[in-house]
Design a protein around this ligand. Structure first.
Ligand SMILES: CC(C)(COP(=O)(O)OP(=O)(O)OC[C@H]1O[C@@H](n2cnc3c(N)ncnc32)[C@H](O)[C@@H]1OP(=O)(O)O)[C@@H](O)C(=O)NCCC(=O)NCCS
Length: 177
């Protein structure tokens, strides 16, 4: 049984590769089971792209994770900040860990010039919706999502999904229809 975090002992810091096993456990709680080595590779890519992964720790115990992203846009005067993943270990929920993570994420995004912060949350996560509203977020939009075919994934970004290799130069050309 874990000791509840106190306000004094909770620290929010940038995640490191050594955190990968703990982050993998947190992502599994979020519903995204991911092997630690894949988490480590994705963390490196995420940080390399300028995003932040913040981890809330009590002593050596990782209790929560928040990743944040800055989206430059043309239609607003400032970039838009996005909370891209948030989870607190079930054993530590309801004790201010999520609030501390979001506060740190907001500071990080404000420092990058974001005047608006948004988050997407699945309709079924009603507890999370109440949490965000408590923190001052308002439900304003609907999200429309589409899963791309593998070709679209390959042409886009590396999500960690391993796809079959592209056909080499000797492969027969495919006709376009
Ligand atoms: C949502 C989640 C991140 C909240 O983290 P948490 O550490 O439990 O939240 P906190 O203890 O920091 O709560 C902050 C405030 O929100 C309120 N709150 C949290 N959950 C709530 C709920 N289900 N209903 C109403 N209020 C809630 C708290 O009462 C607290 O208010 P207060 O500080 O004024 O007392 C956490 O429950 C979680 O990981 N859930 C599962 C994963 C998930 O849904 N992630 C979000 C995906 S979009």
């Amino acid at each position: 049984m874990s000791v509840p975090p106190s306000a004094r002992s909770l620290v929010v810091r940038d995640a490191t590769p050594e955190d990968a096993p703990a982050l993998a456990a947190l992502l599994a709680e979020l519903g995204y089971p991911t092997p630690p080595d894949v988490v480590a590779a994705r963390l490196a890519a995420l940080v390399g792209a300028g995003d932040r992964a913040l981890v809330a720790v009590d002593g050596s115990e990782a209790l929560g994770l928040l990743t944040v992203h800055v989206t430059p846009v043309l239609h607003r005067p400032t970039a838009v900040g996005r909370l891209t993943a948030l989870v607190v270990a079930e054993r530590a929920r309801g004790r201010g860990v999520g609030r501390a993570l979001v506060a740190a994420g907001e500071r990080a995004l404000a420092a990058r010039g974001c005047a608006l912060i948004e988050v997407t949350s699945n309709r079924r996560r009603t507890d999370a919706h109440a949490f965000y509203e408590r923190l001052g977020y308002t439900g304003t939009s609907l999200r429309f999502a589409k899963t791309l075919a593998p070709e679209g994934l390959r042409a886009g970004c590396d999500t960690g999904v391993r796809l079959p290799a592209e056909p080499g130069p000797t492969a027969p050309a495919r006709s376009m229809r």
